[in-house]
Design a protein around this ligand. Structure first.
Ligand code: UD1
Length: 373
């Protein structure tokens, strides 16, 4: 009884690890259960992939698809074709996908068309911004998902509003926060690198195509970041997509650009930052739990709970507005925040219990898949 857990890109690994661990921990309840980790290879650099496996204590992938980079169509298609072959060969009874990257959508489609049930972890998040590839991935994955595991009640409500049957939706909490909870003390064991004192620096990440692919947009963001560096040193671990586009950018002497960081180093830096500026999705959630102010450099967020209950401010991409917001944060006491319901380190266990109950009920016989020409 094989269950595929799919991870493809950097933000997937910390969402998959807790579920994989929880399934393994329950194998005595269902001895024929065989969780298999599938890595699509969407991210393949040591710093974008291998370092995360080491930091999270994850086993090596059971199946590696080697999809690599490319246009959206090329990348999605390569994952679909290779994942379909893996399904036909290994005959999983269930495929679990997480998040909203191209690998999430590609594997969901291939599995569903072979008749394999699909579970989506982190379902129901919506930015309502169809220029984001992730929004398209989220919508399409949720439409075909059989189990939709949500991180908050707003996400569940989005699914209901879209006509999704309530029995497909399970509000379970946030597996990314499971990883944070488990590894935070290890992340804080070492002092911050580069001689940085706690609370003495701003941490920046940028990789959204809308922010970094267009030179004028990237320059505008760095105008703001350079101005902020006049008040507080800035540390910027650059994603490969962004690093490739930074040659023409002039940097303030207090902006330090470094290579992408592993999970533990980044978590330790985030937890002790005075503030974080980012266009990432997951970092909005992690800073909320860490009570660190976060300025989101986008026009919208698919994670509004981080603004309602957490420390997140969606400030857009106008350099003047970003500088103003940053100065406001630097001049204010730490924002008051609540940790959202069920972001308690046990989401992976809740998902594993639900899936195990279903697998035990069905005890699905091994199935032969036919691939249509
Ligand atoms: C992907 C996800 C995004 C997620 C981000 C986290 C999609 C549509 N996007 O964006 O949601 O927030 O991952 O990082 O799935 N590259 C390398 N080494 C790598 C991987 C990528 O050098 O290991 C470079 C390649 O030039 C590649 C580019 O980065 O073309 C972009 O990678 P890609 O996986 O296409 O998208 P991301 O921008 O990483």
């Amino acid at each position: 009884m094989r269950v595929f857990l799919v991870a493809g890109a950097r933000p997937n690994f910390m969402k998959v690890a807790p579920l994989l661990e929880a399934l393994h921990a329950r194998r005595d309840r269902l001895p024929e259960l065989q969780p298999l980790l599938v890595h699509t290879g969407q991210h393949y650099d040591e710093q974008m992939s291998d370092d995360f496996f080491r930091d999270l204590g994850m086993p090596m992938p059971d199946i590696y698809l080697g999809a690599g980079s490319g246009s959206h169509a090329e990348q999605t298609a390569r994952v679909m074709v290779t994942f379909e072959k893996a399904c036909v060969e290994h005959k999983p009874v269930l495929v679990v996908v997480v998040g909203d990257v191209n690998s999430t959508l590609a594997c969901a489609i291939s599995a569903k068309k072979l008749g394999v049930p699909v579970a989506h972890v982190e379902a129901g998040l919506r930015s309502r911004d169809m220029s984001m590839p992730e929004e398209i991935n989220r919508l399409c994955t949720d439409i075909i998902g059989d189990f939709l595991f949500t991180t908050d009640e707003l996400a569940s409500a989005n699914l209901i509003a879209e006509g999704c049957a309530p029995e497909r939706i399970y509000f379970v909490g946030n597996t990314m926060i499971d990883s944070l909870t488990k590894h935070l003390s290890r992340a804080l064991a070492a002092p911050p690198p580069y001689g940085l004192g706690a609370g003495s620096y701003a941490l920046v990440t940028l990789h959204r195509p809308s922010n970094v692919d267009e030179p004028a947009a990237l320059q505008g963001l760095f105008d703001a970041i350079n101005a902020i560096a006049g008040y507080i040193p800035v540390l910027f671990p650059a994603h490969p997509r962004t690093a490739q586009r930074m040659a023409a950018i002039q940097l303030h002497e207090c902006v330090r650009v470094i290579e992408p960081l592993g999970y533990l180093t980044f978590l330790g830096l985030m937890a002790r930052a005075r503030m974080v500026l980012t266009d990432s999705g997951g970092i909005q959630e992690e800073t909320t739990v860490l009570h660190v102010p976060c300025l989101t450099l986008r026009r919208n967020t698919e994670r509004p709970i981080t603004c309602e209950q957490g420390t997140n401010f969606v400030v857009g991409t106008d350099p003047t507005a970003i500088l103003q917001a940053a100065r406001h944060v630097l001049d204010s006491p730490p924002p008051k925040s609540r940790i959202p319901e069920k972001w308690d380190g046990h989401a992976g266990e809740r998902i594993a219990d639900i899936l195990l109950a279903w697998l035990s009920r069905h005890r699905i016989a091994e199935k032969t898949y036919t691939v249509l020409p």
